[in-house]
Design a protein around this ligand. Sequence first.
Ligand SMILES: [Zn+2]
Length: 123
Amino acid sequence: MSVDLGKLSDDICIVCGKAARRVNGYPMHSEPDGSHVARMVSSELREAMAHLCHEQWSGWMRYLFSKGALNEDGTWTMPSWAVKRWQRQMITPYSDLSEDEQDSDRKEADRFLALFAANGGHE
Ligand SMILES: [Zn+2]
């Protein structure tokens, strides 16, 4: 997806990611788009969510790398217990995870909910 640098400060449609704005209180695409009704989120909330996504990803990567071994040739080896656990988890639907595993995902979901709450909820 190409990014129009001139529109980074605009609010966006959360359906298509294109620029949107309010006209008489109604969300409208900046460039007419007949395929769907615009649903808006502020660019600030979008950036805050992207920031959180990166924090979650980098936190997970730090944890993952801490559990393996860095080899002399620059490669990294994942321990067998981690291969077994994470392969099981990645193919398991959320609803079939253990209560502890679901709690871990709920904590991450709560971070997004806190962002929404701090931004007046979503529409
Ligand atoms: Zn849209």
